[in-house]
Ligand binder design. Structure first.
Ligand SMILES: *Cc1c(COP(=O)(O)O)cnc(C)c1O
Length: 410
């Protein structure tokens, strides 16, 4: 057979690591074309919430696919988008009155940044500065890399990245340094502060408490600096609640959602905005419209999948499943010997494996990932950080299999 022409993301093909061919998925299980199966312990990179191929979501996709494929969304609309937008405004914080569709987490963040700058320009008070939290991740496009942590993964593109003000991560006991830096940046006239609420994912599964998130939002509010919550990973129950912001009583000015928006079945994203941000763009002057569109904005099939996800949230015991998983994760993490800095945030558990190297390229990660793969579990270490972020339907036995892999390495 000829070598595959596929160029995979975040994959060094020169290492010739095996790339399993998956034919079918159901619940937590990935079934390979060769008859082997794997437990997906990272929800296929944090997207799968209820479980793979959830029958209601797959049925909604099939039904919509029988009716309409794709529709231009500039000046035209369709029922799945209208329904989804209405339902989102009903369950998300009431102050977020407007729903702008796109197709990935990165795009949702780009849109939020553009809306923030548009807001200030149209108010006649142009502000441009973006404030970010150390170790953040917001995507891999040029704009989202600019507001994220700099490192080996974006060194080549550094000349294209725009300048931002970075405030230190609020390590326990050192929060004041974060508050002071944010206060100074706000005083200097920042346009917006963008943050991953409670849990920084790709930066190493770093957690900080709701009270700190509330304090950060309060500083921004005092200075009128827009607060952008990137809940692309943290929403849809990951941190224990529908939104992470909820735990801090924080209502952002802009909210980015993607990953679990369709239950993880198909790509879709939204940026939800406050009425003030929408109103700043509202005019009879066409030069003030919001200049952004992706070809597949609000794809009807993806919107139908998201509506099915919302129906599952309404009609199935999703919150109970999340609470159960969170409790099981806590038990197993506490019983895990030999790891450092164990931490939890809702359904997510993380810890450092002992290693004499650190950083994203630590040698431990590929060895750990390979051992997990051999043991029938999909896990993907971030440097020395291992984490378990499974679909909510994982059983006790399946979770035990996942932790057995980690215990073998700790
Ligand atoms: C995954 C992620 C993104 C990027 O989403 P994509 O759909 O991969 O573009 C942005 N922000 C956070 C917090 C993420 O975890």
């Amino acid at each position: 057979m000829k070598a595959s022409p596929v160029w995979h993301p975040f994959t060094q093909h020169g290492l010739n690591e095996p790339i399993p061919l998956i034919a079918r998925s159901e619940g937590v299980w990935l079934h390979g074309a060769d008859g082997r199966s794997w437990i997906d312990a990272i929800s296929s990179w944090w997207v799968t919430t209820h479980g793979h191929s959830h029958p209601r979501i797959m049925a909604a996709i099939a039904e919509q696919a029988g009716r309409m494929d794709q529709l231009i969304f500039a000046g035209w609309t369709h029922e799945p988008a209208e329904t989804l937008a209405r339902e989102l405004t009903a369950i998300m914080p009431p102050a977020l009155t407007r729903v702008f569709f796109s197709d990935s987490g990165s795009t949702a963040v780009e849109v939020a940044l553009k809306m923030a700058l548009g807001y200030w320009l149209h108010r006649g008070e142009p502000r441009q500065g973006i404030v970010v939290l150390e170790h953040s991740y917001h995507g891999d496009t040029i704009g989202t890399m600019s507001v994220g942590e700099r490192g080996v993964y974006n060194r080549a593109y550094e000349p294209l990245l725009f300048d931002v003000t970075t405030v230190p991560f609020p390590h326990a006991g050192a929060e004041q340094a974060t508050y002071d830096a944010l206060e100074a940046a706000c005083r200097a006239g920042a346009a917006a502060f963008i943050v991953e609420p409670l849990l920084l994912g790709a930066g190493g599964m770093l957690v900080y408490p709701p009270a700190v998130l509330a304090a950060l939002a309060a500083i921004c509010a005092r200075h009128g600096v827009l607060f952008i919550a990137d809940e692309v990973m943290t929403a849809w129950g990951r941190t224990g609640t529908l939104l992470a912001c909820e735990q801090a009583g924080v209502v952002p000015d802009l909210l980015c959602l993607s990953k679990g928006l369709t239950g993880g079945a198909v790509p879709l994203a939204v940026t939800m905005a406050s009425e003030a941000i929408y109103a700043a763009h509202l005019s009879t002057d066409r030069s003030r419209m919001f200049f952004h569109s992706s070809s597949y904005t609000a794809n009807p099939i993806a919107c139908a999948a998201a509506c099915a996800n919302l129906a599952i949230w309404r009609e199935e015991p999703v919150r109970e499943r999340i609470a159960t998983l969170a409790a099981r994760q806590a038990e197993r993490l506490a019983a895990l010997p030999g790891v450092h800095n164990p931490r939890l945030c809702g359904t997510v558990a993380a810890a450092e494996l002992p290693s004499d190297q650190s950083g994203y390229l630590a040698q431990l990660a590929p060895r750990f990932n390979a051992a997990a793969r051999e043991a029938g579990v999909l896990l993907r270490a971030l440097g020395n950080t291992v984490y378990v972020m499974p679909p909510y339907c994982i059983t006790e036995d399946e979770l035990d299999q996942v932790y057995a892999v980690i215990a073998g390495f700790a």
